[in-house]
Design a protein around this ligand. Sequence first.
Ligand code: SF4
Length: 386
Amino acid sequence: MPPPRTPGTALRQQLAELRGPDTAPKALDARALAALAANPGCDRRALLDGVGVDKAKLAGALGAPSAFGMSQFAFMRGNAFEARVKADGGAELLRLVHERLDPRAEPPGSGTAPDLSAIGPEGRTARTELALREATGAGVWTLLDHPMLALDVAGSPAFLEPDAVVVHPDGGWTVVEIKSFPMLDGSADPAKVGAAARQSAVYVLALEEVAARLDPAPEVHHRILLVCPKDFSNLPAASAVDVRKQRAVTRRQLARLTRVEDIAAALPEGICFSPDLPADELMTAVESVPATYAPECLSACELAFHCRARSRERGAVTSLGRSLRAELGSLTTVPDVLAAARGTAGDPADPAVAALRRAALLRTEALRGTPATAGAPDGREAGACR
Ligand code: SF4
């Protein structure tokens, strides 16, 4: 399998123009990719991420700042914990991987930790691949501290930096994710573990692309090691997390993303997403790209408050939840739904329309305290859905 393609000069130029002059691209990380994969139908997010727009800045410039981000204190605490886990050449981390994932292998003793420094993300990616090649088959435990991996996402390379990758003595590779949320009595907040699993699944996919270029291809383990502080202390606790399901979902969703150049080609002339532009120009630019807002965006995308406001303005039913949207079929707006319930619009043969009319009738009966006209086909006499 070839390494990820880098965009051609023309596309790079087009992306730079969309980002705005002198605006450095914001790199996609695994967290963003996992969130992107969670909403593959959103061209707006796919384009902005592919272009490298800083969505948090953009949301602020649009007057709808996101509630994302870690406090400085939490950030420093997380860094201190990670440094502690990786101290002494990663001895404790290798011990945890051995204990939780590969107890039949030789105990780590002193592993090796190659220097992965290089210039630029492309250089670091190449250096990581070389280190993985050298460590695979060396027969010793090897810790790759903050390696860099590349993954092709909708035609653009995304550079990803896992906390660590461990190469086992048998040549297998394991992703290690270090988080600062606590593990209490051996278990942690399921929502946070789920988010860590989705993030790790992206790293597993990127590692599989590297593994596929080696002969023989080493095994990329689908059980990753999640390391957290134990019971509010600063001591590490670790748990193996199977990410096969998240990997399969992410792989499928990423494959569904529309290519960035295809979305960009459909934009009007002169569109630019630079956060330095006036708010009304930015609003026009952002609204020129179709979006598929759902309440899940609130925990996954910096533009969520902006998209929610626009979605509500249009009366889109997706702002009430994807499952409701799916049940309503061809009725995509709240006015459509109300009209269908009143019997002033909609095909009575449509199961969603029939269910709405029946619900309106039942509601009227309940409010009147008497049965509404039996067999009333459209519930108009109910007059309740206003
Ligand atoms: S918040 Fe907006 S841009 Fe982000 S994923 Fe949702 S709809 Fe797309």
